[in-house]
Design a protein around this ligand. Sequence first.
Ligand code: F6R
Length: 259
Amino acid sequence: MAEIVVVSDRADAGALVADEIAALVARRPDAVLGLATGSTPLPVYEALRPRLAGVDVSRVRGFALDEYVGIDPAHPESYRSVITREVVEPLGLDPARIRTPDGTLEGIEHHGEDYEEAIAHAGGVDLQILGIGTTGHIGFNEPGSSFASRTRVKTLTQRTREDNARFFDSIDDVPTHCITQGLGTILDARHLVLLAFGEGKAEAVAGAVEGPVTSSLPGSAIQLHPHVTVVVDEPAASRLAYADYYRYAYAHKPEWQGL
Ligand code: F6R
């Protein structure tokens, strides 16, 4: 099962996950990171800055989870721009080694396959950072996504477009489609780290961690993975039936185990 870590706030979550990533990069200078966008991973990227300062990160590679379809890559809210602004530039990564799925319309039918090939060529993702949507999506795998799915074009739910409207001038500007790693792609990563903050995520977190494994709640796919760490604040943990047990297990875990 996943290890559930209940932290006091976002900064603690960021520090915990950034420690793990910094240790990975120290062990493996050409580590392959799976990068999420949105608000959730920002404390991780922030906490990584001091930890990677002075570290040779020139060989670190990265793959974003998703991108909007049809958005100008130069648009400030394209995930290419977000990853450049929040991850590549502040951490001093080599932009040529960090990829996002190609959301340009021309040739879109092949972009998913190309992305899969690039991930395979890199040897797979070592550590995949995940947020979770209020619909239960991971990546942009909305309810109904196949657990075997690979990188492909998906239609965003209206709920997700509403949730993401805060990044745009109006909801009409939020793209209707995305290109996202599939659940099968995500499950191939060697370590999944899912973060969630705030009460608005409590239901999705409970469904993903404790609910039935169902494509109606795509985040529940994490239950099929052998190495998952779920890092949540108290409000996001508030609907977990076994929260006390998770706290107890984490407080008593043997030191040699790591995350
Ligand atoms: C982003 C992604 C999404 C988000 C999710 C939560 O690359 O794949 O699954 O993680 O929509 O978004 P935030 O973090 O903005 O609440």
